[in-house]
Write a protein that binds this ligand. Structure first.
Ligand code: NAP
Length: 286
């Protein structure tokens, strides 16, 4: 029986990246839908649920993508409402690569050692990647601080993350690399999660920093989030610190993405969101 992936994408043209990754991960057929509205999700999912017997439903699955992560989250909720009883298919949310990128970064940071009680700063953490990484790192026991250019935005995001992940995250304002010096005081690790091409930590700050041991950056577009680093670094050791660049993290993210897609076809009731994808990423890293 063919493995069929229903690709629901909020953008007008469904992501080519997600499609190729799905084929590489073992999907036989992709049913691609672009410009999907949240209200259209239920009927599309019913088409996947009602066409095969319960024992065969593991061969059908749903992938939610698109650049609008908020819409992707609403679509995931709608997929859940469409299911009943054993009539369900596995589903994964990775709008804009948010979950696979955040979990890959979190696993890389964790590879440098336990974070319990340690201060971890997510710079420019109000985007989809930073928010997920912040929630997941806090669940790992880190004392997480999340920054924005405006403290109000950081506060609002931290409240939302408290509700979503059941964790406490400290908000802070950080507008430039000068502010970063203060926010990073006492920090053990930092994740630069800013928009593409936004520099966040200067080399002068991190090279001589007395407590920083891990620096990770998901921005691959120059100038990088961590000045003086290279995108391909994956645990590069400098001055007693480990550095991870966007490609160093991105290579692992691709493995995580492919593993998740393959996993969708092993059972018919998986829901792969941030926490579940982190668990798979940790397994892969072992
Ligand atoms: P995003 O939403 O585009 O940006 C994150 C935050 O950066 C924004 O919420 C904003 O925070 C801050 N920001 C935006 N412009 C800024 C500026 N000019 N100066 C300072 N701060 C600025 O980010 P994302 O979608 O979460 O992605 C985060 C990073 O991961 C990006 O660099 C992206 O390219 C990369 N990414 C990589 C992959 C991959 O597979 N390798 C996948 C997805 C994303 P405030 O407005 O609150 O200050």
């Amino acid at each position: 029986m063919k493995k069929i992936l229903l690709q629901l994408d909020g953008d007008r043209v469904p992501s080519v990246f997600d499609a190729i990754t799905a084929y590489d991960a073992g999907a036989d057929v992709l049913l691609q839908h672009g410009g999907v509205e949240v209200r259209e999700v239920r009927d599309l999912v019913h088409g996947a649920m009602f066409t095969r017997g319960v024992g065969d439903l593991k061969n059908s699955a749903v992938f939610i993508g698109g650049t609008d992560v908020g819409r992707g989250e609403a679509m995931l909720r709608e997929v859940g409402y469409a299911f009943f009883g054993p009539l369900r298919v596995s589903v994964m949310l990775d709008a804009n690569g948010c979950n696979t990128t955040a979990t890959a970064a979190v696993v890389k940071i964790l590879s440098a050692g336990d974070l319990s009680g340690k201060k971890v700063v997510i710079l420019a953490g109000t985007g989809p990647v930073g928010q997920r990484a912040a929630g997941l790192l806090a669940k790992e026991g880190a004392e997480v601080t999340l920054t924005s250019r405006t403290v109000e935005r950081a506060e609002a995001v931290c409240v939302a993350l408290g509700e979503r992940f059941g964790v406490k995250i400290a908000p802070a304002a950080c507008s430039d690399t000068g502010d970063a010096r203060y926010v990073l005081e006492g920090a053990h690790a930092v994740l630069c999660a800013g928009a593409a091409g936004v520099p966040l930590v200067s080399e002068a700050i991190w090279r001589n920093h007395p407590t920083l041991r891990v620096l990770a950056d998901v921005n691959a577009v120059p100038p990088l989030g961590v000045e003086g680093s290279e995108v391909t670094w994956s645990g590069k050791e400098i001055d007693g610190k480990k550095l991870f660049g966007a490609i160093g993290i991105g290579d692992f993210k691709m493995k995580v993405h492919r593993r998740c897609i393959a996993k969708l076809f092993e059972q018919n009731d998986l829901v792969l969101d941030a926490e579940e994808i982190l668990a798979l990423a940790k397994e892969l890293a072992e």
